[in-house]
Design a protein around this ligand. Structure first.
Ligand code: ATP
Ligand code: MG
Ligand code: ZN
Length: 273
């Protein structure tokens, strides 16, 4: 028996009623074509199937568009950082590496969804990785972001922003009209994303344009901390230095709901050497 064809195919073919009724839509009579070649079908079921196909198509397109967003708009220090994943983060059981990797995986899992175990909308939260150079902060932040980009349901707009690279672009925009990353554009793009890694935050306070960089970063942090954007921050500053570097209003917003998402990488050896 051939499957009932989509309703649209039948619009052009004369149909007749069969006297049988749909088991789902019990008030709808099954129809067939006048030549009795088609298996009797319910026009309402057929229309619903088309609608379902359309919705799943739209969903797939939306997901694809959002997934590409991260690759299109992120600003990395080094494109090789795209390769970082949980799978290649070495961590023997019982080590500090193992502990931070586990936590990072759990937090990525929490970002995947917008609801908690009880089905309630979960609270927005940021993650902050404190630690010395070479300890795997960027590696794990990237692994989390890629996981969320690939698997969040509904899909999320993710961005990876290296703060120093961002500042270089913004400074270049002052006298280069082709530079896309102006101050306003940066704030808009970052504020419109759902999950953003701000990699190496705090280093701007030692840049040559220290005054301007710090002022811009304060403004950026303030603006995005008032949006629904969630942040994964990596920094070489200690918690105390971090809190001294930024305005208390910003600190209070950045640290809201971070009881389980502040991760200290101290005790881990530098993997660059
Ligand atoms: N546990 C690990 N397993 C495998 N590779 C690692 C591990 N930790 C770090 N690396 C690698 O070492 C290099 C440095 O790590 P990463 O860039 O994540 O350090 P970081 O903490 O962000 O340093 P910085 O503070 O200087 O930015 C990267 O190439 C990273 O992939
Ligand atoms: Mg780093
Ligand atoms: Zn039906």
């Amino acid at each position: 028996m051939s499957k009932a064809k989509p309703i649209m195919d039948y619009m052009r073919i004369p149909t007749k009623k069969t006297g049988d009724f749909c088991q789902v839509h019990t008030d709808i009579e099954l129809i067939t074509d006048v030549y009795n070649r088609a298996k009797p079908f319910c026009p309402k079921c057929a229309a619903e199937n088309i609608e379902k196909e359309k919705t799943s198509f739209d969903r797939r397109i939306t997901r694809e568009t959002i997934t590409r967003y991260m690759y299109r708009y992120s600003l990395l220090d080094n494109p090789l950082e795209w390769n970082s994943s949980f799978d290649d983060f070495k961590a023997e059981k019982g080590t500090k590496e193992f502990e931070v990797k586990q936590k990072a995986r759990l937090l990525a899992g929490a970002y995947l969804k917008n609801t908690d175990k009880t089905g309630q909308k979960r609270k927005r939260f940021n993650t902050i990785f404190f630690g010395n150079p070479g300890t795997g902060k960027t590696h794990l932040a990237m692994s989390m972001l890629k996981g969320v980009n690939d698997y969040a349901e509904p899909p999320k707009r993710c961005l990876f922003i290296n703060v120093n690279t961002l500042m270089d672009h913004i400074f270049s925009s002052f006298n280069n009209p082709t530079e896309m990353w102006t101050k306003e554009y940066s704030i808009k793009l970052i504020g419109d994303a759902d999950l953003v890694v701000l990699d190496d935050l705090g280093t701007e306070s030692s840049m040559t344009d220290k005054g301007q960089a710090s002022e811009f970063v304060q403004k950026l942090l303030y603006r995005i901390s008032n949006r629904s954007t969630e942040l994964i921050i990596t920094t070489n500053l200690s918690q105390q230095q971090f809190k001294r570097t930024y305005n208390s209003k910003i600190i209070s917003r950045l640290f809201a709901n971070t009881k389980n998402s502040i991760i200290d990488f101290s005790g881990i050896t530098d993997k660059r050497y």
